[in-house]
Ligand binder design. Sequence first.
Ligand SMILES: [Zn+2]
Length: 151
Amino acid sequence: MRFLADAMLGKLAKWLRMLGYDTVYIPDADDDDLVRIAINEDRILLTRDLPLCDRRIVRSRCVFVNWGTTSEQVRQVFKKLGLQFSEETLFTRCTVCNGEIKPISKEKVASRVPPYVYRTQENFGICVNCDRIYWRGTHVEHVLKALSEQK
Ligand SMILES: [Zn+2]
């Protein structure tokens, strides 16, 4: 399942990427752009705009997202679409550019991560698109904790 988030939902887009979902976020896209991308790229449109979501052409592939914390919004989307959170898909999408993350050996990232991280982490990934290095850091633990507290 792939997503497209509207301009109001940048943080939700980041969290979905962190959870492994291919999520496009274009802050300056207008409503017609969003509809066109959702249809052409077969994506679920996530929006805070009810009239947009209710347009006939996009209604079947749109989720209206209510106010709330980002973790509440993630839960709304998962519930509406019947998705299950999976640890296995963590770190498969770059939170910055939505590129794919591939595993990379620890030796190769030695000069690119802080010494403490290198000492304490074993698994690393690299975004094939923007070259950013990923590991399971505190920001991920924070997201997982926020999501689990609501179950
Ligand atoms: Zn990237």
